[in-house]
Design a protein around this ligand. Structure first.
Ligand SMILES: Cc1cc2nc3c(=O)[nH]c(=O)nc-3n(C[C@H](O)[C@H](O)[C@H](O)COP(=O)(O)OP(=O)(O)OC[C@H]3O[C@@H](n4cnc5c(N)ncnc54)[C@H](O)[C@@H]3O)c2cc1C
Length: 618
């Protein structure tokens, strides 16, 4: 099943060819080329590292990327078309394993295969998570450098607030002082929808868990807020446009595209493995070449490919490696374990509002008109991602679910649940209805307790590993799936602002919504609401595409067998190895309860300084 099918059929007509003409971009390396740092993967983390390390003119940096350049791909540039890129040539087109928590369903997991990585295909929501996420990471790793007080300066280096595409007055919609002066452009929506003010009014009317927050990036990760996105002047601002394009004239950075790292090789003849050689190829059966970094290799291939490459190189669960006849260099069962993603349940409602953007999906002429408007002067619906408002909230302390388990969130300002408000039918796995007006509420669990894995089942880097996010496999997560739907149902039915929309649950949701039983013991009978909502969640859950945590960092002193064990030390170096670091979404030591790209940018900004300090470069 395809998770993001939104207007993919229509958008396919506007996909342009990749253009890989930027300077310093290579398709093969010169004989005898030498590099201090070799970075594998040119996504969010790899692009930031390539930029920050090559700021030092005395070092030479090589960035190896499996995909090509995103330049010239209209669907990357136009924010509204972002979801059409799932399943395209710049997607790795992974499929997750059949999910036991979802009745055996499996579906595609989108990951960018292009310079800029998944930031070229994502939905651009810009959340940096609550301060307490970073404080929790400092606590888990014993490294105060990860605390918010110390990492704030790195967040401020990632991005800057710019005006929305329509230049409207954003007073009360965002707090400028919470933003920095970095390369990624961030803005609130430049073509606000009628639904947005309804949700904001409802949040102000209702308060409590729905309370309005002027800026979700100002420290507290809770409340209903105008969504900020990595968009500037109506165009997507991604890792390659923000961090690579401006430095195309640097002569100490080479970018090798359309080239896949196939494994890492130990250069030590004895003692601690020194893993500074990268083997690479341009096709499954093509010749293998290799390059050795004089200082270190940094793996930024993302949450799926980074653990895959470690396992292919003999770093991972020794049982698994033995089964595949791979010699174990470093035995660590945590390599690839701990995969966590945010489950998301789309809820559909019909509405009597005629101001939804459903016609864009229902009529090619309307779609083309909006696209032409964007092409003319970057205005109109297509300057934004399909949603402009989001809400984050917690399951309260007194809730019975906590009697059987610890809080799954990082702290009191980190959410358990989220809703994203879309002013139309946002299709996930099925075509949109050909007529009618709709509201979609995307209900997500952002602090789930389920943990899955990424494990190779072949010795080729060209075969996808087994990716099991283990969605909805814990009692907390199934409870939270029902809870998030119920909280949204209650918000919609109690806040007067929604009254004028005439909302009615649509499709399977209509039969899942039943009146709360007067006798709570009826709740879990086959006709009770709890059972019906859980079935709805099991049948309809997808993910928000936020996988993380497959190579967690940890206390530098903890060993692989201790309870605080991780794969990396707190400076992101692979434990038990020399010359090898990992920097990407794999490294998160606990679940981040927000959309995670800004967290990856922030982590990487710190990582770049850690590397510079280690080699006396600052
Ligand atoms: C459809 C979708 C929607 C999303 N929506 C949002 C959102 O709205 N907001 C948000 O905050 N986050 C969102 N995300 C998540 C966010 O984009 C990612 O978390 C982030 O990009 C991860 O950064 P990364 O550096 O870890 O990996 P990536 O950005 O994925 O980069 C990894 C790079 O490594 C390359 N690579 C992999 N293997 C190899 C190899 N063997 N050799 C060479 N190169 C290799 C890849 O091609 C890729 O370029 C979304 C993601 C997707 C896919």
């Amino acid at each position: 099943m395809k998770t993001y099918t939104l207007y993919s059929a229509l958008a396919s007509v506007v996909l342009a060819n990749l253009d890989s003409a930027a300077a310093r971009i290579l398709t093969s390396l010169d004989q005898g080329a030498s590099y201090d740092f070799v970075i594998v993967g040119g996504g969010v983390a790899g692009s930031v590292l390539a930029n920050r390390l090559s700021e030092v003119s005395s070092v030479n940096v090589l960035l190896i990327e499996a995909g090509g350049s995103p330049n010239g791909n209209l669907a990357v540039e136009v924010p509204f078309l972002g979801t059409s890129l799932s399943g395209s040539a710049i997607d790795w087109n992974y499929t997750i394993t059949p999910q036991t928590g979802l009745n055996g369903r499996s579906f595609e997991l989108t990951r960018g295969k292009v310079l800029g990585g998944s930031s070229c295909l994502n939905l651009m929501t810009w959340n940096r998570c609550a301060n307490d996420l970073y404080d929790h990471w400092a606590y888990l790793s014993g490294d105060d450098g990860w605390s918010w007080a110390n990492i704030e300066k790195y967040y401020l280096k990632t991005s800057r607030l710019v005006a929305p595409a329509d230049g409207h007055n954003t007073t009360g919609q965002v707090t400028p002082s919470a933003h920095g002066d970095g390369p990624v452009e961030v803005s609130v929506a430049g073509f606000l929808q009628p639904l947005d003010s309804v949700v904001v009014t409802a949040s102000k009317q209702t308060g409590g868990i729905w309370e309005f927050s002027e800026d979700i990036n100002a420290g507290n990760g809770l409340g209903t807020t105008y969504m900020q996105s990595s968009v500037g002047e109506g165009k997507r601002s991604h890792a390659a446009s923000a961090y690579l394009d401006p430095i195309a004239n640097r002569t100490n950075l080479d970018i090798l595209i359309n080239t896949q790292a196939t494994r890492l090789i130990n250069v030590a003849t004895s003692g601690t493995p020194d893993i500074r050689t990268v083997e690479y190829a341009q096709s499954r059966d093509g010749p293998r070449s290799s390059i050795t970094a004089t200082k270190e290799v940094i793996l930024s291939a993302g949450v799926i490919a980074s653990p895959q490459l470690l396992q292919l190189s003999g770093i991972g669960p020794s049982d698994l490696l033995t089964t595949l006849n791979i010699t174990t260099l470093i035995s660590n069962p945590l390599v690839g374990a701990g995969l966590v993603d945010h489950p998301m349940i789309p809820l559909y409602f019909t509405t009597n509002s005629t101001t939804t953007w459903d016609p864009v999906l229902q009529d090619t002429n309307v779609f083309n008109g909006d696209l032409e408007r964007w092409q003319e002067n970057q205005t109109g619906l297509f300057v934004d991602s399909p949603a402009d408002v989001q809400s984050f909230w917690r399951i309260p302390e007194g809730d019975g679910v906590w009697s059987s388990g610890e809080d799954t969130a990082a702290g009191a300002e980190s959410a358990h649940l989220e809703s994203i408000w879309v002013n139309a039918y946002a299709p996930f796995g099925s075509a949109p209805p050909s007529t009618g007006n709709f509201l979609t509420v995307l209900a997500a669990i952002v602090s789930p307790s389920s943990r899955g894995s990424v494990l190779i089942n072949s010795t080729s880097a060209f075969d996808q590993p087994l990716i099991d996010p283990a969605l909805l496999t814990t009692p907390f997560d199934t409870y939270a799936a029902v809870k998030v739907i119920r909280d949204i149902k209650s918000f919609l039915s109690t806040s007067p602002a929604f009254g004028a929309l005439g909302l009615e649950p649509y499709g399977d949701l209509a039969s899942a919504f039943v009146e709360l039983a007067s006798n709570s013991s009826e709740e879990t009978t086959s006709t009770g609401e709890y059972t019906k909502l859980l079935k709805y969640a099991v049948d309809h859950s997808v993910t928000v595409n936020h996988p993380m945590g497959t190579l967690p960092f940890s206390s530098s002193s903890s060993t692989n067998s201790s309870s605080e064990a991780g794969v990396l030390d707190s400076e992101l170096k692979v434990k038990g190895a020399k010359g090898l670091r990992v920097v990407d979404a794999s490294v998160f030591p606990s679940v981040a309860a927000c959309h995670i790209q800004a967290v990856v940018y922030t982590v990487t900004e710190r990582a770049a300084d850690l590397i510079k300090v280690e080699y006396g470069l600052i």
